[in-house]
Ligand binder design. Sequence first.
Ligand code: PNS
Length: 178
Amino acid sequence: MNKIAVYPGSFDPITKGHMDIINRAVFLFDKVIIGVLNNSSKKYWFSLEERVEMIKKIIPTEYKNKIEVKGFRGLLIDFMRNNDASIIIRGLRAVSDYEYELQLALTNKKLADGDIDTIFLPASRETLYLSSSIVKELAMYGGRLEDFVDNAIIEIIKNKVRKVEEVNDEKSKNICSR
Ligand code: PNS
């Protein structure tokens, strides 16, 4: 039987921490589907299409037949059922992640009547501190991004910063001219 796992997340944007989990998960399952959440009540920097494209850009070519990238809305377990997946992969960094992750894992298991389970992979030492929020903050203040995200998406992130700054400038001009 094919073991299909889903690695869900916002990936706003994908970091080297996410890639570390993906690169290890491909050896544990027959197929890994990266499920990119689009939650309409959440504010993302990048659109769903942009987040999916960035991930596709940096997946190592040798894994392309084992990894799929798909967007989803709504409940994770519905997305899993639609994709015949039975395992959720989540990365764990500090102890502070654990409480929320346990809540998610137990809720998903209950919702799926026990048919779906979560496997936690510990973050590697090199990426233990890393998050998409840290990457966005660094990018906003012009920090070096090379250690935190793949080189192939750095320009995309920098362009987004320019756009965010343009929008903010426009907003403050409008406030000033009132
Ligand atoms: O990268 P994130 O934002 O920490 O990922 C959170 C994610 C996508 C795993 C979680 O928010 C999720 O699964 N959302 C979909 C809605 C859902 O099924 N929630 C769990 C039951 S309440």
